[in-house]
Ligand binder design. Structure first.
Ligand code: NAD
Length: 304
């Protein structure tokens, strides 16, 4: 693990101490950083305090105390409110701050926020992540980073503590575009893997044998290699990523395609199935539960 020189970064702030944010805070603490945190939820504050995070009573207190601020929030709306809403960072009279937004957010919103913050001297990089709570807790996240070269270099000491694989994918907003595309694939692969298992069963093949063989073949994906063995086949469904967040990501991918006038028929059908799953699978359920939907019924419905 890369040790951060605390003289360089000072106390690191984390806003949003949920499944991902708290994992990242723990990783930074283990690396020897001082970490200050803020979350609207009292339970999340208590969990973080137990793990050694210094909890402050307001986001302004955190902005004052930290020159580097990591965001791990549900949506672009939450990020906008924290950065430029009432009592947001932009309303505080402060020296330059480095904002690392790990939220799965919206490229256009990120670019607008960057322009506003840049005018008052702050630096924003979008660094959304893949790897779930396990990756956040172990400092092995995959990070797709958007920002100019100087911003990326400035963020790198912190990113390298949090991430195992870090790719600078382009200017600000590019990280969020790549993350949305990644999750469009994950959401679609879950549906195609569900159909593969169903077809395997119908053909009389044992599901464990099917998956072992697929994982040695070219049809494999993270879904066949990780999700099915770890969360689906054993009925655990405890990945730490929810239906609500994955539906958000599919919605963002479909919105991005439509904004760019692109027709993506396969992904669009997957998007419809995810959208309609809200009738059966609540927002707080594990996202792998999509594999439990009746494939035939939903496919017919989605085509209506
Ligand atoms: P989560 O719901 O567990 O955590 C979000 C936290 O933000 C909550 O504790 C909530 O109280 C807090 N919050 C909301 N608004 C706030 C505000 N204004 N100020 C302070 N705190 C606020 O979500 P998560 O699973 O940790 O995901 C966080 C982000 O990371 C999402 O954008 C998600 O799409 C993305 N992501 C999640 C995973 C995963 O496996 N969970 C993986 C990759 C990316």
């Amino acid at each position: 693990m890369t040790q951060i020189q605390n003289d360089d970064t000072g106390t690191i702030g984390v806003i949003g101490l949920g499944n991902m944010g708290l994992g990242m805070a723990r990783t930074l603490l283990r690396d020897g950083c001082a970490v200050t945190g803020f979350d609207l939820s009292v339970e999340r504050q208590a969990d973080a305090a137990r793990d050694g995070v210094t909890i402050v009573a307001s986001q302004q207190e955190l902005f004052n105390a930290c020159e580097t601020i990591i965001l791990s929030l549900p949506t672009a709306r939450h990020v906008t409110s924290v950065l430029i809403g009432d009592d947001g960072l932009a309303s505080c009279d402060l020296g330059p701050r480095l904002i690392i937004d790990t939220t799965t957010s919206e490229p256009d919103v990120t670019r607008e926020l960057d322009a506003k913050l840049r005018e008052i001297g702050h630096v924003l990089v979008d660094a959304p992540v893949s790897g779930g709570p396990a990756g956040a807790n172990s400092g092995q996240l995959t990070m797709m980073v958007g920002g100019d070269d100087a911003a990326f270099a400035k963020a790198m000491p912190v990113l390298s503590v949090l991430g195992g694989k870090i790719t600078h994918v382009g200017p600000v907003g590019a990280g969020h575009a790549v993350k949305i595309i990644n999750n469009m694939l994950v959401a679609t692969h879950l549906l195609t893997m569900r159909e593969a298992v169903e077809l395997g069963k119908a053909a009389g093949v044992d599901t464990n044998h099917l998956i072992t063989a697929l994982n040695a073949g070219s049809g494999r994906s993270a879904i066949s290699e990780v999700n099915y063995p770890k969360w689906v086949l054993n009925g655990q469904f405890d990945s730490g990523f929810t239906m609500g967040l994955m539906r958000k990501d599919m919605r963002l991918a479909m919105a991005l395609a439509s904004q760019k006038d692109l027709t993506l028929p396969v992904s669009a059908l997957a998007g419809q199935i995810w959208h309609q799953s809200a009738e059966m699978l609540a927002d707080d359920m594990d996202f792998n539960r999509i594999t439990e939907l009746n494939a035939n019924t939903k496919t017919d419905k989605a085509g209506e």
